[in-house]
Design a protein around this ligand. Sequence first.
Ligand code: B1M
Length: 214
Amino acid sequence: MKEKILSEMNDALMKGDRDGVVKATKAALDAGMEIRTILNDGLISAMEVVGKKFKASEMFIPEVLISAKAMHAGMALLEPHYLKSGIKPVGKVVIGTVKGDLHDIGKNIVSMMLKGACFQIEDCGIDVPPQKFVDAAKVGDVDIIAMSSLLTTSMNSMRETINALEKSGLRDKVKIMIGGAPVTQEFAESIGADCYAKDAAVAVDRARELLKKR
Ligand code: B1M
């Protein structure tokens, strides 16, 4: 039964069938499946296949975009299950996908899981220029600047953002976490970020560790 629901969710996401993804996600929730299982085995795994087909030119941008929209619809149903209301935030995170980059699914998952771990999130969205991160870092007690990049061509925007934070005198007041498919620990070290997280679950662990270092 659970396998069937996940397989229907996979098929619907790969076809870009938004209604099918919504229906299967609701069915998975009704069946009492763990949110993490629905996210990992229902949505993310199917998006990985989309990525492989895109790379092999078996799928093209419009189809990938439709699958991404279907993924967002499924994630919107999962998000309320991550949120814990009435709990004092443990820290504040400013998050965004860096300049030149429009990919937001991974960033949104990181954001959702951080919210679930009681972090207050200021989401700057996609294609975020360095100055926008700097401006956001000035508002309230920001603990962490979290940057996502999915393109090798946008990774350098992370370095530029760190440079801009340094120039504005804010670098020592915040911790910096970076992630996204092409990003590595070595890259994080080379640009002076405080940490790299390979996925959303690790991002939550790293964010907690960064708070302890403040
Ligand atoms: Co794009 N795209 N795309 N795309 N796309 C990739 C990234 C690509 C790898 C596909 C490929 O060739 N195989 C390739 C990049 C190659 C490279 O640079 N190395 C690529 C390309 C080339 C492009 C365009 C340039 C295509 C074109 O126009 N010719 C273009 C660029 C547009 C732009 O950004 N300026 C483009 C456009 C698009 C769409 C708009 C169609 C769509 C995005 C829709 C959207 O996001 N709203 C899209 C998609 C969907 C993809 C793939 C298929 C899927 C990405 C995704 O959402 N994965 C992707 C192929 C792939 O990744 N295999 C691809 C699922 C998501 C859950 O994973 O984002 O990796 P991910 O997030 C993970 C971790 O990385 C990590 O945690 C997340 C969850 O565990 N993580 C963090 C992410 N951010 C983090 C931040 C953290 C910590 C962890 O701390 C702050």
